[in-house]
Design a binder for this molecule. Structure first.
Ligand SMILES: CC(C)(COP(=O)(O)OP(=O)(O)OC[C@H]1O[C@@H](n2cnc3c(N)ncnc32)[C@H](O)[C@@H]1OP(=O)(O)O)[C@@H](O)C(=O)NCCC(=O)NCCS
Length: 158
């Protein structure tokens, strides 16, 4: 019987030399992308920044800020052509593990109400909405609200 060998999904800390590849994805998946400086500052500040590679190709990443007992997911992204295949779930699970490992008991994030794919992912993991930040995001015309979602990290992740 022939086994089909697929390249493994690897997760590793984001470093400065990843940023060209990170930004190529960032600029394709967001209308208002982070800048190189935003990512460089996050790495320099010691945030938990991770990339995901398949067969060497950078296909996703996240940036997590850890406070005493609360972690804040600042960015989570998957390359367009790799979306809908479970990588977002893989990254989110790792972010939750890193948050828990860092002592956080809650994971908090903001999401645009129009971002149905991201909302589906977060709901799939059991995130609940705790509030709305009015006009939080820049939008094509004016500003867009952010939904604030949280998830307790005490139980095992989905
Ligand atoms: C949001 C994002 C990270 C999700 O990553 P992804 O790899 O596409 O997500 P997954 O394939 O892991 O999906 C996980 C779950 O999310 C939901 N989901 C994903 N794609 C979906 C779709 N097209 N329709 C409905 N639900 C979907 C499902 O619940 C899915 O669970 P299932 O596999 O059991 O059906 C990715 O789409 C992305 O990078 N988007 C652009 C950047 C962005 O908006 N980031 C979030 C900012 S808050």
């Amino acid at each position: 019987m022939n086994a089909i060998l697929e390249p493994a999904v690897e997760l590793m800390p984001m470093v400065e030399r990843d940023l060209d590849e990170v930004l190529r994805i960032e600029y394709r998946v967001y209308s208002h992308p982070w800048s190189r400086a935003n990512f460089a500052d996050s790495i320099a500040s010691g945030y938990s920044c991770w990339v995901c590679r398949i067969g060497g190709e950078l296909v996703g990443y996240f940036v997590l800020m850890l406070a005493i007992d609360e972690a804040h997911l600042l960015n989570i992204s998957v390359a367009e052509k790799r979306q809908g295949l479970g990588l977002g779930a893989r990254l989110l699970r790792h972010a939750m593990d890193m948050a828990r490992h860092g002592g956080a008991v809650t994971l908090l994030l903001e999401v645009r109400p129009s971002n149905t794919r991201a909302l589906a992912l977060y709901r799939h993991f059991g995130f609940a909405q705790i509030g709305v930040r009015r006009g939080y995001y820049p939008a094509a015309t004016g500003r867009e609200d952010a939904l604030v979602l949280t998830h307790a990290l005490t139980e095992a992740s989905a």
